[in-house]
Design a protein. Structure first.
Lengths: 351, 180
């Protein structure tokens, strides 16, 4: 079963490898496309939605983008399984919650997911761990070409790819880079980063994208402009700013260690102590503590914990994963107790 | 680069003014630009922009209230678009063209797509683009009085237009609407 397979791995975006992986968690590239001849999702009736989903699904399978068992019809999927996909960034929250016929194709490494009948008919996303925007773009572009062999995409010479929302029109491309910036937050320099980024017409968002808080000191930086610039220009605009932010974060980490080593060690070891001993822990709290652990790992403060364990904890302590691993739904308190237990076991090395 | 006015803060507003044929450049920080009444790079939300269309639209509809703009394909009205910010189909872009192009320009600072063209979807599009590109070059060549090059370009344009005609696509040198 697909969902059991997913639970055994952490997926591409949490692989923890690639250039600058101590700070750059992953890159994500998204292309929005609509199929000519179908109305957009909000104006479709049930029959049209079904027909649209069927057509896109058959092209995905025909072009061998994924095998049949890797295409999930979400309207026939249990709520907990849908939550699992959101927590793994494979589908959006909107795609989880809507009611109509819709689906998602997921490749084996969770590097690619193609949402069908989301806000646009096709939302193709590609993940690469570490700073590898170009590599992600290459994959996305090739998949887009494969889809275009079987689908006529709505396109105008003036406005490019036509999308349901005018903020995506043109290339339909959203490129984002997820960063872990705890030292810039601690040294209160994070505002400067936001200012620099907004001058380049880039947006800063939280862990789960649009409208979410930056929990656990994770930030996503992405382009806002999609029209009048080629894919390459959009990527170049982001690429010029990321190395600067990465070097600021590194400098801030070094400075904190030099000036305040004891306090830094205290912060990391306390987080570790809390995670090792807590009996009830919320997902928000564990995210903050795991964030400190992750920084500690990269600063050499916690030599015994490997990144893979930390990444597994990030993923599996989310509510959907926790319940899926327990194989039943739980109330909040039971969940928080279960989470604490799971973390303790994992850190004791007896998963 | 420092602001030319206060010489303290970084210049983030860059202006190029053409006066009487000569070019003046100004580099200011955001607060000096604001004190001179120049717009800085303000943040916007799509809701604000939509509200902007709504008020412009209201001014218009007072004259012709009876006929609200509507997409002929999906029957979405312009006011429905304003309340959701989402189009109903690809043809809405054409139906609401006059209303939404200023909005699109505000969001993206452009109204012309650059970059990828779907291969199979619109066989004529790449060639149409080539025609437009060649026509620009032709104008430049004529201006520079390089008539030999201009003649070559004219031949090339004819050739591409014939290819387009063979495909049954508009040639691009006809006066097609921006969204055709």
């Amino acid at each position: 079963m697909l969902f059991d397979q997913l639970l055994k791995q952490t997926g591409e975006w949490l692989r923890g490898t690639g250039p600058e992986a101590d700070i750059v968690i992953c890159c994500r590239l998204r292309l929005a496309r609509n199929v000519q001849g179908f109305r957009f999702i909000s104006r479709m009736d049930a029959d049209e939605r079904t027909a649209c989903e069927q057509q896109i699904r058959s092209v995905i399978l025909q072009q061998r983008i994924v095998p049949e068992d890797r295409y999930v019809s979400l309207h026939e999927t249990a709520p907990l399984d849908r939550k699992l996909l959101v927590e793994r960034h494979l589908i959006s929250k909107e795609h989880e919650d809507s009611k109509h016929p819709r689906g998602v194709a997921i490749d084996r490494d969770e590097q690619t997911s193609i949402m069908v009948n989301e806000e646009d008919h096709v939302r193709l996303q590609v993940f690469q761990s570490g700073l590898q925007l170009r590599a992600a773009h290459k994959v996305a572009n090739a998949l887009d070409d494969l889809l275009a062999r079987g689908l006529d995409f709505a396109f105008s010479p003036q406005l490019g790819y036509l999308t349901a929302c005018p903020t995506n029109v043109g290339t339909g491309l959203r490129a984002s880079v997820m960063l872990h910036l705890p030292a810039l937050v601690l040294t209160r320099h994070i505002e400067k980063v936001f200012q620099a980024v907004s001058k380049l017409n880039l947006a800063v968002r939280g862990l789960h994208g649009e409208g979410t808080e930056a929990s656990g000191h994770f930030y996503q930086i992405s382009n806002q402009v999609t029209l009048g610039r080629s894919d390459a220009d959009i990527l170049a605009n982001i690429e010029q700013v990321i190395p600067t932010i990465v070097s600021y974060e590194r400098k801030a980490r070094e400075e904190l260690l030099r000036r305040d080593r004891l306090r830094m060690e205290d912060r990391v070891w306390r987080a570790y102590g809390m995670l090792r001993t807590a009996r009830i822990i919320s997902s928000e709290e564990s995210l903050m503590l795991l964030s400190a652990l992750r920084m500690g790992h990269h600063l050499g403060i916690l030599p015994d914990i490997d990144l893979q364990t930390i990444n597994e904890l990030f993923l599996n302590t989310q509510p959907g994963h926790l319940q899926k691993l327990a194989a039943h739904e739980m109330e909040a308190l039971e969940r928080d107790a279960r989470r604490a237990e799971y973390i303790r076991r994992k850190l004791d090395g007896k998963s | 680069m420092k602001c030319q006015n206060c010489h303290k803060r970084d210049a983030t507003v860059h202006l190029t003014e053409i006066k009487g044929g000569s070019k003046h450049e100004m580099h200011l920080c955001e607060s000096c630009a604001a004190s001179k009444g120049l717009p800085g790079k303000a943040h916007f939300s799509i809701q604000d922009l939509l509200a902007g269309i709504a008020s412009a639209q209201q001014a218009g509809t007072q004259k012709r209230r009876t006929q609200e703009l509507q997409c002929p394909v999906c029957e979405l009205t312009i006011s429905q678009f304003q309340s959701t910010g989402r189009f109903g189909c690809a043809d809405c872009y054409k139906a609401f063209q006059g209303e939404i192009l200023p909005l699109i320009e505000k969001i993206h600072d452009s109204t012309q797509h650059v970059g990828k063209v779907p291969g199979r979807a619109a066989p004529g599009v790449a060639l149409q683009k080539e025609v437009r590109h060649l026509q620009l070059e032709l104008k430049r060549a004529v201006k520079q009085e390089d008539y030999e090059k201009a003649a070559q370009l004219r031949d090339r344009i004819k050739q591409v237009e014939n290819e387009l005609r063979a495909q049954g696509a508009p040639t691009g040198s006809e006066d097609v609407g921006p969204l055709a």
